[in-house]
Design a protein around this ligand. Structure first.
Ligand code: LIP
Length: 263
């Protein structure tokens, strides 16, 4: 493990006590879009600590922290699965990805409630609690499909339901946990095979994308020529190329291009 990865992991795990302490809750632009004092405290702590570790980097956080663009960029979701966190469902994670020229080189996803620590560094494999992880070899018909119905833009739910209906007829079963970073790490650790989310933000999936690809999985941003590094996009992911292609065909049939009211 590189010194950089170890320092990033230490900074993430050091935020554990914030998530285990009392917090206050506010709503952002919709009743479902919550932010807590813990989200804000973790984001501020990580912005300080990560930029100490790598002063040449810039920072992009879900709760609004954003510094001037540089070659290296930390992309941080202080609490992925905030709605779960507010309800004490213990299915939330701190997610830190590091990009170099827009390409993922390091990812850490940490659920302090279950002490699950996923991490990866480009070219060095993926790990869960220091044990190597790999995607499964299951085919589509035996695949477990993770998806969401677009909580922050429920007008897109119909598309997601139509895709779910089609995938469900051809896969084994589906799951929804409400924390993209952890769900994508389920694919990386061989516990699930398929993932689609119609509208996800970079901080939700940046770290998990690196962990999944280092575990042998595949990940694809659809319809994106976004120059805005904080814009949402649709993603698909799978344990192998064959399953990804099958999933992509179903998705593109229902959503051939970005929907009109997407952003
Ligand atoms: C959440 C994601 C989840 C997605 C939700 C939300 P947040 O992240 O992890 O998978 O479906 O819309 O984006 O907002 O709790 O950090």
């Amino acid at each position: 493990m590189s010194d950089l990865l170890k320092k990033v992991i230490d900074a993430v795990v050091d935020c554990r006590e914030i998530l285990l302490s009392p917090f206050s809750v506010e709503t952002k632009d919709s009743v479902s879009n919550l932010v807590t004092s813990a989200d804000k405290a973790v984001e501020q702590r990580l912005k300080t600590e990560l930029l100490k570790i790598l002063p040449d980097a810039c920072f992009l956080g879900e709760e609004g922290s954003r510094t001037e663009e540089k070659t290296f960029r930390f992309v941080v979701d202080p609490i992925d699965g905030t709605a779960n966190f507010v309800r004490n469902l213990n299915c939330s994670a701190i997610s830190v990805g590091l990009l170099k020229d827009g390409v993922g080189i390091l990812g850490v996803v940490y659920n302090p409630f279950t002490n699950e620590l996923y991490y990866a560094e480009k070219g060095n494999g993926a790990f869960l609690n220091d044990k190597p992880i790999k995607v499964s070899k299951r085919d589509f018909s035996h695949g477990l499909y993770y998806t969401a119905l677009c909580i922050y833009k429920k007008g897109l739910a119909e598309n997601c339901i139509n895709i779910l209906r089609e995938v469900y007829q051809q896969c084994d079963d589906f799951r929804r946990e409400g924390a993209a970073a952890l769900e994508i790490c389920r694919l990386a650790s061989g516990k699930a095979e398929l993932y689609f989310e119609i509208r996800i933000f970079p901080w939700d999936c940046c770290a998990a994308e690196i962990i999944l690809t280092e575990a042998g999985g595949v990940f694809k941003h659809l319809y994106t020529d976004n120059c805005d590094i904080a814009a949402p996009f649709p993603i698909i992911a799978a344990n192998n190329d064959e399953n990804l292609k099958k999933l992509e065909k179903i998705v593109r049939k229902e959503v051939p291009k970005l929907p009109e009211d997407y952003n």
